[in-house]
Design a protein around this ligand. Structure first.
Ligand code: GLA
Length: 409
């Protein structure tokens, strides 16, 4: 039997050194100043598929980060290289970046420069390289980590000063969302970029995605002291690849928008939990009533669970959140239909091995699951999950520890 595979995060020195070395090898050292920046991936504790329904979510930043070394140019050319695509460079002119016109991974980078320019900021072309210890395609926001690392880099070289306070970070997050939605073409909701730019160490971030809120109203840090509670947040990358550009995510989003339209509300956030039965009855006449009812049931109950989870954490009752996590998973599996066999296996196995709560995290259809585990039980839970995957003939999962970590810097 092989031992479980741990996916370690890099130290700041290590991450910075990697991209500096790659930068010199890719673009040489012409004497111009090369800076390094980084941004974290995230796990969401609860509040899944709620952000694009104007709801609540509760992410924490991972210690795993994406690193960027970047040097501004005097023209509007963007040249990129990545440790994940050795020997290749990606190139464009910023003037050519436009919705539908920019393809490949560079869209996530050039898209941020495009969005900042669209917002009226004077952003130059640049040479940049990236490297990352955020597992790719694992539902841990590797895309947002890339966008947000680039955002703080461009903020610095263009002297915008947005990264200096939370309101400015909210604006940078908005630019990253536009990059992802309009240039990379993934219709995601914005939780990931907010998490990567606005989470703080030792805290979860209670995001309220209702449109029109001020930065202060839209994100509240909630102290999340796992160590004091004797707990560990364990992340399991199932290695069942997840993708948000394949249409399933967009279909879920469209169903929610249609249900809101039928119900005559701006978003499903406006359906109060006590009005849920009434709302479900009003969907009965729709041709796909069963599906719409299930999607609405998930979103409305998930927003309520997120509020209750945050409330328990605020009152120092972290050890009591487990059942809310388990209910969230069941709702995502049965009503929202975004789980996968591998995710269900992690959840069931972790709970049987003593986890307080477990659920899939992120968009779903593969990706990662989280388990809240008493620190003394971590080895047992990890061994049980690893063994269950072997027994089921699945690719071995990867394990990460997720102490709530620092935002982009
Ligand atoms: C992905 C998206 C987010 C959010 C989650 C589901 O991570 O990028 O905007 O919708 O899925 O909660």
């Amino acid at each position: 039997m092989t031992s479980p595979e741990w996916l370690e995060s890099w130290t700041a020195d290590d991450g910075g050194a990697r991209v500096r070395t790659l930068f010199a090898a890719s673009f040489g050292d012409d004497g111009g100043e090369v800076g390094t920046w980084s941004a974290p991936g995230r796990v969401n504790l609860i509040g899944e598929h709620t952000d694009y329904n104007a709801g609540l979510a509760l992410p924490v930043a991972l210690p795993h980060r994406t690193w960027v070394a970047l040097r501004p140019r005097t023209d509007d050319v963007v040249r990129l290289a990545s440790a994940q695509a050795p020997g290749q460079t990606w190139e464009t002119r910023l003037a050519d970046v436009a919705p539908g016109a920019t393809t490949g991974w560079g869209a996530y980078v050039a898209g941020v420069a495009w969005a900042l320019r669209e917002a009226g900021h004077d952003v130059p072309g640049f040479d940049a390289v990236v490297d990352s210890c955020v597992p790719f395609g694992a539902g841990l926001s590797s895309s947002a980590a890339l966008e947000c690392a680039v955002a703080v880099a461009l903020d610095a070289v263009a002297g915008l000063g947005l990264a200096d306070d939370d309101a400015g970070r909210a604006a940078l997050a908005g630019a990253c969302v536009r990059a992802e939605n309009e240039i990379a073409g993934a219709p995601t909701g914005g939780m990931d970029q907010a998490a990567s730019l606005r989470c703080t160490a030792g805290h979860a971030l209670l995001l309220d995605c209702r449109p029109g809120l001020t930065p202060l109203e839209s994100a509240t840090p909630v102290p999340f002291d796992l160590t004091a509670a004797g707990l560990t947040l364990l992340v399991v990358d199932t290695r069942a690849e997840h993708a948000l550009v394949d249409g399933q995510y967009a279909r879920r989003r469209a169903s929610c928008e249609r249900a809101a339209e039928v119900l005559g509300v701006a978003s499903l956030r406006d359906v109060a939990p006590e009005d849920l039965d009434d709302a479900l009855a009003r969907l009965d006449a729709e041709p796909d009533a069963e599906v719409l009812r299930a999607r609405v049931r998930h979103v409305v109950s998930e927003i309520d669970r997120t509020a209750r989870f945050a409330d328990l954490v605020r009152r120092g009752r972290i050890t009591e959140v487990g059942p809310l996590m388990n209910d969230s998973h069941a709702s995502l599996r049965d009503d929202y239909e975004v789980s996968a066999r591998e995710l269900d296996l992690v959840v069931d196995t972790a709970l049987a091995a003593g986890a307080l709560g477990a659920r899939m995290t992120g968009g779903g259809f593969g990706g990662s699951a989280i388990a809240l585990v008493r620190s003394a039980d971590v080895d047992g839970v990890v061994a049980a999950v690893d063994g269950a995957f072997t027994e089921a003939g699945l690719t071995a999962p990867g394990f990460l520890l997720a102490p709530p970590s620092e935002p982009a810097r």
